[in-house]
Design a protein around this ligand. Structure first.
Ligand code: CO8
Length: 373
């Protein structure tokens, strides 16, 4: 059987950065405006006063220190609280295409390959900026790839689910090489006026090139030993934005048309599920957790990652074993575990083992066990 290998990864990081203190300052200015504007209703008990946010809480509860975003000014404007990303004409590349091309070029360069070597593009992310034509086909065209492309969405697990689709295509011979790209503009669907979640997300785009082992030089890349996907329905993380919204005007612009979650419930329910999935996956490959050199975990919450790593290993993991990028990037949805993999694998040698694992809305979990060649 043809084996599939990750031969390169790429990362696009938007240059604009928002520190926790800046975000909190803007949020608290919004709170003051809100509470002043509705002072009478609040005094009459008809509306609740909003409470301020705090940097100390954010860092303690999540481990997040800052985030990269496509647009900083719109988010920090207390009268707007939303990024400003102007519409583009149909003749211009879309913003998700632009990010995807930058990340994909990085992955191709790392692998020493060109568009001619690739047969398929999967754009896998939490939110796509339009229904059609598929963003992936626009990316395919921009890169000059002769083949096929499609979009997919499994929220935070989009990249790992995309990886399994890429592995399947390479192993069954429908593509020589597949690019899996995750252009995550989380700031576009985050409610910056919601104290519980305004700090959680950032923007980034990752790309992974999956190729046939025969096309990758010996000693290069990571063989994919196996993938395991798991989904279990939950309403604890939800976003009701969709094409039917206009069919009931009463719901337009309601908070449920943006990201909403019950953070504590998610934490409690997802953490054990992730640890079990990784352990079961390793056992099915006749590998023990001790044999793992690294876990590139989804980057949503530091405490959650520490708990998952502890459950998998039976002891606390070091930062080398479970690297952290969420302090700099916040939660970039499906891009998070791939950013960790992109930034923290240079020290791997032949035979070293690791697991890339995503988890999030759905619920959805994706585990990908890889070994350095
Ligand atoms: N500032 C100060 N205090 C605050 C703030 C704030 N900003 N927010 C809440 N508090 C207060 C609360 O009011 C509460 O006070 P009290 O104890 O008096 O009631 C106290 O702090 C504790 O609140 P929580 O219990 O909510 O705090 P937690 O310790 O649970 O931390 C987290 C909140 C960080 C959200 C945590 O629960 C968490 O990270 N959970 C896991 C979430 C997770 O992993 N979600 C994954 C979702 S991402 C995904 O699947 C992708 C979806 C698609 C992308 C969407 C992009 C927008």
């Amino acid at each position: 059987m043809i084996k599939a290998v990750i031969s390169g990864t790429g990362l696009y990081t938007p240059p604009a950065v928002i520190e926790n203190d800046e975000l909190v300052e803007a949020f608290n200015a919004y709170v003051d405006i809100h509470n002043e504007r509705y002072a009478d209703e609040i005094a009459q008990g008809k509306r609740e006063a909003k409470a301020p946010s705090s940097s100390a809480f954010i860092e303690k509860a999540s481990g997040i220190k800052r985030r990269h975003v496509i647009d900083k000014d719109g988010i920090l404007d207390p009268e707007r609280m939303c990024p400003h990303i102007p519409d583009r004409s149909n003749e211009e590349p879309s913003i998700q295409c632009e990010m995807s091309v930058a990340a994909a070029r990085g992955a191709l360069e790392q692998a020493g390959k060109s568009a001619r070597d690739v047969d398929a593009v999967i754009v896998a992310c939490s939110n796509l900026q339009r229904a059609y034509p598929a963003v992936s086909i626009e990316v395919q065209d921009a890169l000059g790839i002769d083949g096929f492309a499609y979009d997919m969405n499994v929220a935070c697990s989009s990249a790992t689910f995309g990886l399994q689709a890429a592995v399947n295509a390479v192993e069954n011979g429908t593509a020589r090489a597949v690019l899996v790209i995750s252009p995550e503009i989380c700031s576009g669907h985050l409610n910056f006026t919601d104290r519980d979640s305004h700090f959680i997300f950032g923007d980034a785009c990752t790309a992974i090139l999956v190729e046939r082992e025969t096309d990758v030089a010996k000693g290069h890349g990571f063989e994919i030993l196996g993938t395991r996907l798991k989904t279990q329905f939950s309403n604890a993380i939800r976003n009701n934005f969709g094409f039917l919204n206009r069919a009931d005007k009463s719901g337009v612009n309601k908070p449920d048309k943006l990201f909403v979650q019950q953070g504590r419930k998610v934490f409690k329910e997802v953490s054990p599920l992730v640890a079990e999935t990784i352990q079961g996956h390793l056992a099915s490959l006749e590998l023990s957790p001790d044999s793992l050199r690294r876990m590139w975990l989804h980057q949503a919450n530091l405490n959650m990652n520490e708990l998952i790593a502890r459950r998998v290993l039976g002891r606390d993991a070091t930062r080398e074993e479970a690297p952290v990028i969420l302090d700099e990037y916040a939660n970039t949805s499906s891009a998070g575990s791939i950013i960790a993999f992109h930034k923290h694998r240079g020290d791997f040698g032949t035979g070293d083992l690791g697991v890339i694992c995503s988890f999030g809305a759905g619920y959805s979990i994706g585990s990908v066990v890889v070994q350095h060649r």
